[in-house]
Write a protein that binds this ligand. Structure first.
Ligand code: ZN
Length: 217
């Protein structure tokens, strides 16, 4: 995800919406290799569908058959929109890890849950919160940058860079058993990833279950 954040930084520097995406191929033996890294390209290309995910998907399909996506995890700084979530599902992506929620167009739990709703293609898990604050700050810097370029100056309150973060409600995105799987994957890092999440606070507090899935009542 650090690499995806770097790509989003590059996007910001090129006046693109700062979204970065890194696709990682996981081999049978568990080794991981990056097969594509992409950023949003809608402004330069003047094409509204050139989201980071689509750019990355195209790059992969130049080299691999579509069946490769069953072995690919996507790390993307912002929750995939409805369009991208649908494409990822049709390609049978293995899993998606994203930074911050996409409040207007999110297709992995915020607006719609395209990743898990009843459909012919297999559902895919989408885990939020990884490098969330970095992803949010990149978007805020982008909107500030855009405001500064506006011909009519915006109100002063729109010109300040906010640095506070509302908590993330994890329960919109993942179920308890998935949190347990994540704990196995990330160990203690998971606590850091979701430290501001009320969805996990009951697990932290140990009311019903701990992160490792043990009952503690
Ligand atoms: Zn998208």
């Amino acid at each position: 995800m650090a690499k995806a954040v770097e790509l989003a930084e590059t996007a910001l520097a090129s006046d693109e919406t700062p979204v970065g995406a890194v696709f990682v191929l996981v081999s049978k033996e568990g080794s991981r290799s990056v097969v594509a890294g992409a950023m949003n390209d809608t402004n330069r290309s003047l094409c509204g569908t050139r989201h980071a995910e689509f750019v990355g998907i195209e790059e992969i399909l130049r080299t691999f058959p579509a069946s490769v996506f069953t072995k690919i995890d996507l790390y993307v700084t912002v929750e995939p929109c409805v369009m991208c979530a649908s494409a990822l599902r049709q390609l049978h992506i293995h899993a998606v890890y994203f930074g911050c929620a996409n409040d207007r167009f999110g297709g992995c739990g915020t607006v719609f849950a395209i990743n898990t709703d009843p459909a012919a293609d297999p559902p895919f898990p989408a885990y939020p919160g990884y490098y969330r604050e970095e992803a949010i700050m990149l978007l805020r810097r982008f909107y500030l940058q855009e405001n500064e370029k506006a011909p009519v100056p915006k109100l002063k309150k729109n010109r300040l860079l906010k640095k506070d973060f509302l908590p993330l409600d994890l329960t919109k995105y993942v179920q308890d058993h998935e949190l347990v799987q994540l704990q196995q994957l990330y160990g203690d890092d998971l606590r850091k990833m979701f430290s501001s999440s009320p969805g996990l606070s009951h697990l932290h507090a140990g009311s019903k279950r701990t992160l490792d899935g043990n009952a503690v009542d």
